[in-house]
Design a binder for this molecule. Sequence first.
Ligand code: R5P
Length: 264
Amino acid sequence: MEWGMKNRLSRLIQKDGKALFLPIDHGYFQGPTHCLEKPGETIKPIYEYADAVMCTRGVLRNCVNPAIEKPIIMRVSGAVSVVGEDLANESIVTSIQEILRLNASAVSMSVFVGSKYENKSLSNLSKLVDECEEYGIPVMAVSAVGKELEKREARYLALAARISAEIGARVVKTYFCENFHKVVEGCPVPVVIAGGPKTETQKEVFDFVYSGMQAGAIGVNLGRNIWQTEYPVASIKAIRAIIHEGYTSQEADDLYNQVIAGKA
Ligand code: R5P
């Protein structure tokens, strides 16, 4: 592996081999998402607990302080919306020059395995990997999104993750599911777990993050279940403790409650 690629990956994935990515890219197809109306304000109290921040170039330029010390994972697919015809019909919307100019440590794009636009999104992934590898930029595939999530089971998620890795993604993001170890074991690159829509309790998040880590994930790419919650700082601190300090979900929940009570 080239020095540049190694260096970028080591900024994202910490010395313990684990990672907490904080995505705030939801506006690229959802517009002003709840609690993300002003992304710069949303991340202010929490980004210090993340290992990387994921966003589009527009949010990066306009809402993120260029002095930020965290590496940036730039979302580079889009050109669709929640009111459009099909979310899977994405294009690559950011050039390699922009990726380099904005000093991204990695890029991310969605792949829609099993959708009408499967071939388009996988071809986009292959072209992006070709361009980014040339400059030592890792590509993270955001696999299993949108309607495909109805098939949130190990067989489907393993298929989408494996195909993304085969095409050249350096990291794959997918959802937690029953038998998640099958997804991780079938994927030759590191897997991070997405959060999905806000859960009823924070303990549910700690449970699936803990189980996912036990099954071999290296960390999370988790947004709404941090910044849409009542206590974003407590949430991210507890999730960080599971990822980097080996906390169980119960220990994380205890920490969460202590932070809320001002005791940690
Ligand atoms: C979707 O808009 C993005 O790919 C998010 O980065 C991803 O879904 C993770 O965010 P969340 O934990 O909110 O699902």
